[in-house]
Ligand binder design. Structure first.
Ligand SMILES: NCCCNCCCCCC(O)(O)C(F)(F)F
Ligand SMILES: [Zn+2]
Length: 578
């Protein structure tokens, strides 16, 4: 008979079946390429684990029950049964198959739904339901086989992936970020090194980021605040070649382990905010998640964003709570010496503190009394799946290198009103197109602003347009600019939830392409992706044609507006337009 320590009973096979069934039921599975799984080889497992550990695990299929129980006793909160070695090899193999598919460009991104999970397992030890460290092996594999120089691992599971931390703590090529329920070391795995002051060792100092949750009941606003003020500024500065996500969904509402209050739709935004990194190369690998309802919803929200569908903002976003503000402050101080992107932490806390005070105490006494099964939350809202992701208004006779949907040719661009009004209202508000790019010969801010005024009157949804006139000259202070976008513009935008984003690029602003592209990509998280891009550049420019729905227009007669509509994204490549 199978034995299992009571701690493990939540890690059940239904976790995978309900997730997959939800993907099929919602039609998301049909939009995905499914990748065959395989067993990992010894060599691949040895990228992270020791020979003696691997040899010991190899014996488990042939152990008697008492030997198996003895073997298990030496580890914490993990169970072995005769078939778990096979399953653990499949979990690693599936992860590596996903890494192959993303690194070769066969797919842009993807998710590996695997059991057993991995992020607690260590060089020579199993731990917390984990046998082999799927994500750690994936990172080493990507670096060895594909020459990935820098790998970012984002661990949004509610437990600290100490196994990943130990594996890379002295390695500056792997940036490990984890938030986790900590409660001042009173929550499993109760480790001192899970706190914010574990920043990495020797050459790896600065490349390990721990954000402890010292209270339960964390909400969407808390998660976004940590992304905006801790993870994203560093991730953009790190500039990874690949993003791996230890996608544990026990950080969602209803989970018996996490006891948090963030709703499943938050994972749509966490995923979106990571998709602009590494040219969109993102591999999500399932870790935890034990409430089968919130797990399935969270998986679907993640996959739908990976497919490029825009997401409505979660309801009533505000600032982070007091406890999170302290954690943010502590971890930013601990990392200040390693990273240049650093808003004066005082400014950040001052603004958010004010908001935090306004927040009613969100201590979930009530939540703690209810059992996890009794906790209910609204189904995530239905999401747009526009048949065309981007449309462009092109001058006559200019072909676009991609299958753009052409809007009816607008009047002479001198009358911006009609142009943007016509283009915008016909397409965006009808929801048939997600974004509009309108290129103009003449771009005068005052017209744009007045057009915005007009648009506000006309559009059915109340538009608080986030109208950005790009500031920096050239790429000199990209870090500073990105910090302003991440630390100020995005939090504001998410809080004010505009109905439309109007992105204005002044001629000659000289902003380098990558910044413009990042900005365009990040702002698509607002207004369900309804973005109106008005821009003009002089003369020939290099365009980084990457899978983030990129626009460019060029003055003079031979305009080219390029962007990516089709869902299977091209490899990033440089195209010179003359
Ligand atoms: N209340 C019972 C105590 C359970 N203590 C062990 C928790 C293990 C968590 C595993 C996980 O969720 O982090 C993973 F992603 F690895 F699966
Ligand atoms: Zn977990």
């Amino acid at each position: 008979s199978r034995f299992c320590s009571p701690a493990c009973k939540i890690e059940v096979p239904e976790r995978l079946t309900v997730s997959h069934e939800a993907l099929v039921r919602t039609g998301l599975a049909a939009r995905c390429v499914s990748i065959a799984v395989r067993e990992a080889t010894d060599e691949e497992i040895l990228l992270v684990h020791s020979e003696e550990y691997l040899e010991a695990v190899k014996k488990t299929p042939y152990m008697t029950l008492e030997d198996l129980m003895a073997f298990t006793q030496q580890y914490g909160d993990v169970y072995f049964h005769p078939n778990i070695y096979h399953c653990a090899k499949l979990a690693v193999g599936a992860t590596l198959q996903l890494v192959d598919s993303v690194m070769t460009g066969r797919v842009r991104n993807g998710i590996a739904l695997v059991r057993p999970p991995g992020h607690h397992s260590q060089k020579s030890a199993a731990s917390g339901f984990c046998i082999f460290n799927n994500v750690a092996i994936g990172a080493r594999y990507a670096m060895q086989k594909y020459g990935a120089k820098r790998v970012l691992i984002v661990d949004w599971d509610v437990h600290h992936g100490q196994g990943v931390q130990y594996c890379f703590e002295d390695d500056p090529n792997v940036l490990y970020f984890s938030w986790h329920r900590y409660e001042h070391q009173n929550f499993w795995p109760n480790l001192r090194e899970s706190d914010y002051d574990s920043v990495g060792k020797e050459k790896g100092a600065g490349f390990n980021i721990n954000v402890p949750w010292n209270k339960v009941g964390m909400e969407n606003s808390d998660y976004l605040a940590v992304f905006f003020h801790v993870l994203l500024p560093v991730a953009y500065e790190f500039c990874p070649d690949l993003v791996l996500v230890s996608a544990g969904f026990d950080s969602a509402i209803g989970d018996p382990e996490g006891k948090m209050c963030a709703t499943p739709d938050i994972f749509a935004h966490l995923t979106h905010l990571l998709m602009n990194l590494a040219g969109g190369k993102l591999c999500a690998v399932l870790e935890g998640g034990y409430n089968l309802t919130s797990l399935a919803q969270s998986v679907c929200q993640t996959v739908q964003t990976l497919l490029g569908d825009p997401a409505p903002l979660p309801a009533d976003l505000g600032g982070p709570c007091e406890s999170v503000l302290k954690s943010i402050h502590c971890v930013r101080s601990a990392h200040k010496q390693y990273w240049s992107s650093d808003l004066p932490a005082s400014e950040l806390s001052a603004k958010s503190l004010k908001v935090a005070e306004q927040k009613t105490g969100n201590e979930p006494e009530a939540q703690e009394q209810r059992s996890p099964e009794e906790i209910v939350w609204p189904e995530p809202p239905k999401r747009l799946c526009p048949p065309v992701r981007t449309a462009v208004a092109l001058p006559e006779g200019v072909a676009c290198p991609d299958a753009c949907k052409r809007c009816s040719s607008a009047e002479a661009p001198s009358s911006l009103y009609s142009l943007s009004l016509h283009v915008l209202c016909e397409c965006v508000c009808a929801g048939s197109v997600c974004r509009i790019t309108v290129s103009l010969y003449i771009l005068v801010c005052v017209i744009v602003c007045r057009a915005v005024h007009v648009l506000i009157c006309v559009c059915v949804c109340v538009c608080v347009c986030v109208c950005v006139c790009l500031a920096p000259q050239g790429c000199s202070d990209v870090a500073g600019f990105m910090q302003a976008v991440l630390g100020l513009l995005l939090p504001l935008g998410y809080e004010y939830n505009p109905g439309l984003v109007l992105l204005v690029r002044m001629p000659g602003s000289g902003v380098c392409e990558s910044v413009w592209q990042q900005l365009a990509g990040l702002l698509q998280g607002l207004a369900q992706g309804h973005t109106l891009v008005l821009m003009q550049v002089r003369g020939p420019v290099w365009v980084k044609y990457s899978p983030v729905n990129w626009w460019m227009c060029i003055q003079d007669q031979n305009w080219q507006l390029c962007k990516c509509t089709n869902s299977c994204y091209q490899q990033a490549e440089y195209i010179r337009y003359s």
